[in-house]
Design a protein around this ligand. Structure first.
Ligand code: OAD
Length: 252
């Protein structure tokens, strides 16, 4: 059997070669800045201008970043799986829109989106690609001072958890790309998959914190190893190479 329903979890590593910094690598954002002062509801209450400054800079970075071959390969993977009557569930911890700009649809952003702003007063979300400040009025209710980045901060509940749980249960292959496995609940998904008997693969620059939970691993830059992985699927479809019975990965 080749994989038909694939669950892919991506992290900051897939966007690293697009110029967006990771968090925990040497030089990563949380090596330079204290996340408790920038990425918590308490930080926003204590110093909203500082939090806005941090996210305004990151928003600018996202606007100029471009998706790479790794992002684009996941679009191909969705097409290949659809052709087999299956599906790709693409779940990301990233707040950038590089998967969407590569062409992926229905991406589950479990940590929210940077190009969206939310009003703490009326809870409405608005597509947002410019700076936010403590004086920005909500376009819906007009309240000033309550617009915040529409991202999930430490201490807040990640999004789409029911949908994610269901998609993992239905998957026959779980793939993690460019994530250190340090932040839960995302980091716990591989364990859940493993307990369900689902085959697990890791694609990363180096072994992640939970590398021992993966059945297979490939280490290298995402722009190279993700397209190579998807090529295996293409070859399997074309009947070339020796197909791994569970993953559909072709070993030449
Ligand atoms: P991390 O910075 O913790 O991990 C990034 C991973 O990507 C590391 O394991 C790197 O080895 C790997 N990596 C770096 N460059 C790569 C490349 N070119 N190709 C492949 N892999 C590469 O980032 P995340 O695991 O995504 O949450 O972090 C999870 C969450 O922690 C983020 O969503 C964010 C952060 O705090 C919130 O802000 C709530």
């Amino acid at each position: 059997m080749t994989a038909r329903n694939v669950f892919v979890l991506t992290g900051a590593g897939i966007s690293a070669e697009s110029g967006l910094g990771t968090f925990r690598d040497p030089g990563g954002m949380w090596r330079k800045f204290d996340p408790m002062k920038l990425a918590t509801p308490e930080a926003f209450t204590a110093d909203p201008s500082l939090v806005h400054e941090f996210y305004n800079l990151r928003r600018k970075g996202v606007r100029v970043a471009q998706p790479h071959a790794g992002h684009r390969a996941l679009v191909d993977l969705a097409d290949i799986l659809a052709g087999r009557g299956g599906r790709l569930t693409l779940c990301t911890q990233n707040v950038d829109d590089l998967h969407e700009r590569a062409g992926s649809r229905d991406v589950l952003h479990m940590h929210g989106r940077l190009l969206s702003a939310r009003c703490v007063s009326c809870s409405s979300s608005t597509t947002w690609d410019v700076d936010l400040s403590t004086q920005t009025p909500c376009p819906h209710c007009g309240h000033r001072g309550g617009m915040r980045p529409d991202v999930v901060w430490f201490g807040e509940i990640p999004r789409h958890l029911d949908e994610i749980g269901e998609a993992v249960r239905e998957a026959d292959l779980f793939v993690a790309i460019g994530t250190s496995g340090a932040v839960y609940p995302a980091a716990g998904l591989v364990d859940r998959a493993k307990r369900l008997g689902i085959r697990t693969c890791e694609f990363n620059l180096e072994p992640s914190d939970n590398a021992d939970l993966f059945d297979e691993a490939e280490y290298g830059p995402a722009s190279e190893i993700v397209p190579a992985f998807v090529r295996h699927f293409k070859d399997a479809r074309a009947g070339r190479g020796r197909t791994d019975r569970s993953t559909g990965i072709v070993k030449s």
